[in-house]
Design a protein around this ligand. Structure first.
Ligand SMILES: [Ca+2]
Ligand SMILES: [Ca+2]
Ligand SMILES: [Ca+2]
Length: 317
């Protein structure tokens, strides 16, 4: 495929499986068979290469005590804003552009008060954005952040307001070793079961692993995973080099993420109960920077050489 082509039609296979009626092994076998045996269905996808020189992604205004170069998370329920504060250099990993990390997260509540949660000496928030969602759909917001411990590396922590205090609600198992890190993508119901999953890349700088975590309000438990992806370049602040978007039009969000070498875009669905790649696009230069999907089913991918690729999906599988 000529990658300078401005409009292209791409193909992917589209197996139809019902994970509620089939065991996991049956789903895997059927998926493999259908992927090999089914004629590809023509999907309507356009692909554009955009010249360098586009304006940068707009910033946001930070509260006065927020760490520089971090971002404000915004909730829709009891948490209006969440931000990172109280800088430290006690965990000099430097994966996010400098060795200054936050030790506190603060929220502005719906009634206007400000609450704080401060980590103990053993850890920092190795993250730039408190992500605010009502993950378990109980009407109260949760914050999702990456916490890194001196001895055991990164974990995913959830916080929320209980009895007027900002408290830790749940935390995943730490990765195991100092300087092992994870980078969240976001929250979506990627398997269509009605519950939201947390999508995260473990070790994004070393043949990263895309994993879904389940959160029930009390625990964060790892689920299915697929390797060979990345959503971050070591030493940079851009944490958003992936997107959750329904690309194939089946009503279920998909994960759009670079391959580990950033030279391809992988489209992955969890809708069959296990993660499956349903499309892959070669990129004319390695992906580098935050993806944008401000329009439905349209993705803008910044490239290392300053150009961007725009991919638009149309129609249904
Ligand atoms: Ca909640
Ligand atoms: Ca789900
Ligand atoms: Ca989909």
């Amino acid at each position: 495929m000529d990658l300078t082509e401005q409009h292209s039609t791409w193909r992917w296979t589209s197996p139809v499986l019902n994970p509620e009626r089939h065991s996991r092994n049956a789903v895997l076998l059927m998926a493999a068979w259908l992927t090999l045996a089914s004629p590809p269905i023509c999907a309507q996808v356009s692909y554009h290469v955009i010249p360098a020189g586009e304006p940068p992604i707009p910033g946001n205004s930070l509260p006065g005590d927020a760490l520089a170069d971090t971002h404000v998370g915004r909730g829709k329920n009891d948490i209006v804003q969440a931000w990172l504060a109280q800088p430290t250099r006690r965990y000099p990993h430097g994966v996010l552009g400098d060795t200054v990390e936050a030790t506190a997260v603060r929220v502005r509540t719906r009634d206007g008060s400000v609450l704080s949660y401060v980590l103990p000496e053993d850890s920092v928030f190795e993250d730039l954005l408190p992500r605010v969602y009502d993950i378990n759909r109980d009407g109260l917001d949760e914050i999702i952040l990456v916490r890194s411990r001196q001895q055991s590396g990164a974990s995913l922590i959830s916080l929320g307001i209980r009895d007027g205090k900002l408290v830790s609600l749940a935390e995943s198992e730490p990765m195991g070793n100092r300087n092992q890190w994870m980078n969240p993508i976001g929250v979506a119901d990627v398997d269509g079961d009605g519950n939201l999953e947390l999508l995260v890349v473990l070790s994004p700088h070393e043949n990263g692993m895309l994993i879904e975590y389940k959160f029930d309000g009390l625990s964060i438990v790892p689920g299915h995973r697929i390797s060979g992806v990345t959503n971050h370049i070591a030493g940079t602040r851009a944490q958003g080099m992936a997107a959750l978007m329904d690309a194939n039009g089946d009503g279920i969000p998909d994960v759009l993420i670079p391959s580990a070498d950033r030279r391809s875009l992988r489209a992955i669905t969890f809708s069959f109960g296990v993660p499956m790649e349903f499309a892959r696009f070669s990129l004319p230069a390695p992906a580098a920077g935050n993806f944008e999907n401000t329009q439905p089913r349209t993705l803008l991918i910044p490239l290392e050489d300053g150009r961007r690729v725009r991919i638009e999906w149309r129609g249904k599988e």
